[in-house]
Design a protein around this ligand. Structure first.
Ligand SMILES: Cc1ncc(COP(=O)(O)O)c(C=O)c1O
Length: 444
């Protein structure tokens, strides 16, 4: 992999004029709901594996990976070659024709997942994939009732915002889905103010209570992310999904597992989050990391649920030759370079280094996550746990000034999300931790 270059301080480098001009044009022409990072937003013009470069040629270690999407690294020659070759042959045919790469990718996904996930449908994004998951489960079960978790994020569309359990992201509540929210497994801020493990897993048991008291008794599905991504990498206790799945099975309710952030080896433990938790969903939704940044999404479902759409249904671009070729090349690269295994070992090192930072910086309330999906929740003080979004804002900018891109999340926008490309080394992690250390000190 690329040698580690420890980024130098950027204190003296001015914000490029053309970035200021681009910002003005962005504000003039793009929907105002599309927010930018930083007091002085930047354009990332180039990338190479775990590094990105702005308009002034400054190098950054990328520890947000295009929102948990760059799995193998930026501009990976092996992946790009495969895409270019396909592009030169044919870029689009529509799903009315056989698409070799699409069929191969579906077979590959089936081989990676439980046998009962026997049919695959491709979309262009996670949002569309979750929409399709709602479509098949509500059709199959003849009800529009869905169970979702508080603090969840499932997309930006009419129905998926309604199933998203965070007010800042809920544009619409009128989709026709009847969503019933379950208390989420957020041990640091337990909805019942209990302490794990003496809590008796009230969060899992809440699923039963919500089914019995707020639904007709037989909702269409339960949707959950194995680790809540936008929610701030909220990582459930190890027995959570086993207990929830037992409840769902007793009621015959399908489990839609939203693997948009956790899929494709990011947790290090397994290819998918549900495998890390030892359960099998009836629907698995995926997107983001599958094609290393080329737009793709989709779902794998049981024969019964996949067959619930009896009308005609297709996606013009879904599973197109470019996206599915990119996905195959990306999966090949990940296997050849053992990136899941790397996520496990480098992720463990990262976690240990972040825990060290927590010993020195009282603004760190909790470190949590799995593999190369690690979060740091910032608080004003550890006693009250009062969320500190202003500190988050400062740390984000201070990290950027020092050459590190990090992410933000959580209901209160006070959680640092760290999800670098899975090629990062322990040296990259040490460089990122050194910058975070300085950024915390400068922000306190
Ligand atoms: C867990 C989860 N589901 C769904 C989505 C929506 O995916 P997309 O932005 O590709 O529509 C996201 C996006 O962040 C996500 O994190």
């Amino acid at each position: 992999m690329t040698d580690v270059l420890i980024p130098t301080s950027m204190d003296d480098v001015p914000w490029p004029d053309d970035a200021a001009e681009l910002l003005r044009r962005h504000q003039e022409s793009i929907f105002p709901s599309v927010k930018l990072f930083y007091e002085e937003p930047i354009e990332l013009r180039a990338g190479e594996m775990q590094f990105v470069y702005d308009g002034a040629g400054r190098q950054y270690l990328d520890f947000f990976g295009g929102i948990a999407t760059i799995s193998s690294g930026h501009a990976v020659p092996e992946i790009n070659e495969a895409i270019k070759e396909q592009l030169d042959r044919i870029s689009h045919t529509s799903t009315l024709f056989l698409i070799r790469a699409q069929i191969e990718l579906a077979e590959r996904i089936k081989a990676m997942t439980p046998a009962k996930l026997n049919k695959v449908f491709f979309t262009n994004s996670g949002t569309e994939a979750n929409e399709t998951a709602f479509l098949i489960t509500t059709l199959a079960r003849q009800t529009n009732e869905i169970l979702a978790l508080r603090h969840s994020y499932h997309g930006r569309s009419f129905a998926t915002t309604a199933a998203t359990g965070q007010a800042p992201w809920r544009n619409s509540n009128n989709s026709g889905l009847h969503v019933h929210y379950v208390g989420n497994p957020y041990c640091y801020r337990c909805p019942w103010e209990k302490t794990y493990p003496s809590c008796d897993m009230l969060c899992a048991r809440d699923v039963e209570a919500v089914i019995r008291t707020t639904t007709s008794g037989s909702p269409a599905a339960f949707i959950a992310e194995p680790i809540q991504g936008v929610g701030g990498f909220l990582t459930p206790p190890k027995e959570y999904f086993v207990e929830v799945k037992a409840i769902l099975d007793r009621h015959g309710i399908p489990f839609i597992c939203d693997e948009v952030q956790t899929g494709w080896g990011r947790t290090g433990v397994a290819d998918f989050g549900f495998q890390a938790y030892g359960v099998e969903p009836e629907v698995m939704v995926f997107a983001k990391g599958l094609a290393n940044g080329i737009p793709i999404g989709g779902l794998a479902a049981t024969d019964e649920l996949a067959g619930a759409i009896t009308a005609l249904s297709l996606s013009t671009f879904g599973g197109n030759p470019i996206a599915t070729t990119a996905a195959m090349a990306n999966l090949n690269f990940m296997v050849t370079h053992q990136l899941r295994e790397n996520a496990l070992t480098v992720g463990a090192h990262f976690r240990a280094r972040l825990e060290e930072l927590a010993e020195r910086h009282p603004m760190i309330g909790e470190v949590r996550g799995m593999g190369l999906m690690q979060a740091v929740e910032l608080v004003h003080d550890r006693q009250t746990k009062q969320p500190a979004p202003e500190l988050m804002h400062r740390v984000l900018n201070e990290a950027k000034r020092r050459g590190l891109i990090i992410g933000r999340g959580g209901l209160h926008a006070n959680v640092i999300r760290l999800c670098p490309p899975l090629v990062v080394t322990t040296g990259d992690v040490d460089a990122a931790v050194a910058i975070l250390d300085e950024a915390f000190a400068a922000s306190a």
